[in-house]
Design a protein around this ligand. Structure first.
Ligand code: AHR
Length: 505
């Protein structure tokens, strides 16, 4: 019997809805075909945006969407993506497959997408190759309500009223694809650019600075020290790469047991990363004003055989669902500082929640985790603890590879949980069983909340089970309520291997 203890008296931080955010880049088939098909498409759409995709994203209540990149953001010139579509300038998407970008999806289309999804737009500005003036004018174009050159231009393009825009970032991965800068240099650049990102009227911009790559603690230190007072949100990127090195990534669907655990180990590493970055932020900002935004995370595998390597199209299995489950539990538990997170990416790229093929669409196992975790959005984190043992018996990761080496010997626990109470009083517990073949009996002790009106849903399947266009519902959540028994003041149940369980009380 493993004990799960939830203490609903122990109210902690509010789980920002934006932790359940998404990221959509001009990369492969994410925007084009995946989200946007254009008004003339035979695929049912509203103003060019696929109805099926928009509906599925509304169902999981996507709270915030980041766009246009990624690496693409620091090459993007927003004026190329406004005005009559046929007159828009074409460019080469040098980062992602060298394809021609026709700019038919631009500022107006993105903000229309956010309107349809009823989510907050998060626009990533170009600091790497754009000018201060270009960035300043973009914000003016989107948010100025009055008579100005950019407001007039916007009006000529069909939007007389400005949009509301809160989240705006200055650059992406400026330690790499966004200009290969040092932390010190970027901190100075950020200070300069952010000066001209204005608040027009009552539109208040939440200013986001590019943060660290994985364990680059020096970057966080310098940004907080040199620019902290100008920053509202500082980002962090961490991907869980399968395989041994970045260059030798593993298959999304064909892997052995040790690769199951090595990927989960990398996902669990997020906890240590946040802990340490948070510690640095705490020294410069003890009141917790600056948010930590993990605006790119997820599993990154070799591309599906036969697809363009620059398009980053990968399948999505139960292993990826477990990556999502533990990562979201970790974010919930760090919601005192983590105010936003954006899975990479929404459709057809990396750990996508949706895959499309022509007019067909399917929901991946990762989508279903976002669905099961919905009730955590905006709820209050409460104390929870689960008795853990090693799921992998300390099994070694595949040899070599920097992250593998750093994490070798780190144990993958069998169970992983978080819990929250929503405003309407519902207690939600999400519990994952990471073991590849062992089920566990759980003795759940619930303190400070009546264990009644219990319902449960579970997502489980074979290690490498996935949905494809022949079997789009092979991996889907199922009702599990009848498996949950009352036991004293708590509950008792068995959690099967490779599963994500959501309990509602
Ligand atoms: O998500 C794909 C890419 O990964 C992004 O463009 C970049 O920011 C990161 O390196």
């Amino acid at each position: 019997m493993s004990k799960l203890v939830v203490n609903a008296y122990q109210r902690q931080s509010k789980i920002d809805r934006n932790i359940y955010g998404h990221f959509s880049e001009h990369l492969g088939r994410c925007i084009y075909n995946g989200i946007y098909v254009g008004q003339g498409s035979p695929i049912p759409n509203t103003n060019g945006i696929r109805n099926d995709v928009a509906q599925a994203l509304r169902r999981i209540r996507v709270p915030v969407l980041r766009w246009p990149g990624g690496c693409f953001a620091d090459e993007y010139h927003w004026k190329d993506g406004i005005g009559p579509v046929e007159k828009r300038k074409k460019m080469v998407n040098t980062h992602w497959g060298g394809v021609v970008e026709d700019n038919s999806f631009g500022t107006h289309e993105f903000l229309e997408l956010c309107r349809q999804l009823d989510c907050e737009p998060y626009v990533n500005g170009n600091l790497g190759s754009g000018s201060v003036q270009e960035m300043q004018e973009w914000v003016e174009y989107m948010t100025f309500d009055g008579d100005s050159p950019m407001a007039r231009l916007r009006s000529e393009n069909g939007a007389s009223k400005p949009w509301r825009l809160k989240y705006f970032a200055m650059g992406n991965e400026n330690w790499g694809c966004g200009g290969n800068m040092t932390a010190e240099h970027y901190a100075d650049e950020y200070r300069r650019y952010q000066t001209y990102v204005r608040n027009y009227g009552d539109n208040k911009i939440y200013k986001i600075a590019c943060g660290a790559n994985v364990a680059d603690y020096h970057w966080t230190e310098v940004l907080m020290r040199d620019a902290g007072r100008f920053i509202d949100g500082l980002t962090l990127h961490h991907y869980s790469f399968s395989g041994t090195t970045f260059a030798r990534k593993g298959s999304a669907t064909d892997f052995a047991v040790d690769e199951w655990y090595s990927l989960l180990r990398k996902a669990l590493y997020m906890d240590e990363l946040i802990q340490i970055h948070k510690g640095i932020m705490q020294r410069y900002d003890p009141r917790g004003r600056v948010g930590l935004l993990v605006d790119e995370w997820g599993a990154w595998h070799a591309v599906e055989p036969g697809t363009n390597p620059g398009f980053l199209y990968q399948q999505n299995t139960v292993r990826d669902a477990l990556v999502a489950a533990v990562t979201l539990n970790i974010f919930n538990k760090h919601s005192d500082r983590v105010r936003m997170a954006n899975i990479a990416q929404t459709v057809n790229v990396l750990q996508a929640v949706i895959l499309t093929e022509g007019e067909k669409m399917l929901l991946t196992p990762t989508y279903h985790v976002f669905d099961l975790y919905q009730d955590h959005q905006g709820a209050t984190l409460v104390g929870s603890y689960v008795e853990q043992e090693s799921a992998d018996d300390g099994a070694a990761s595949p040899a070599d590879g920097e992250t593998n080496a750093a994490l070798s010997g780190t144990i993958v626990p069998n169970l992983h949980e978080s819990a929250s109470v929503a405003e309407d009083g519902t207690l939600t517990i999400t519990l994952a069983n990471l073991a590849h073949e062992k089920a566990y009996d759980i003795d759940a002790v619930i303190v400070g909340h009546a264990a009644r009106d219990v319902s449960a849903a579970i997502l489980t399947g074979g290690m490498a089970a996935y949905n494809d266009f022949d079997a789009p519902e092979r991996v889907a959540p199922a009702d599990y309520t009848s498996e949950i028994r009352r036991a004293g003041e708590g509950l008792a149940f068995k959690i099967p291997p490779r599963s994500v369980l959501r309990l509602r009380l």
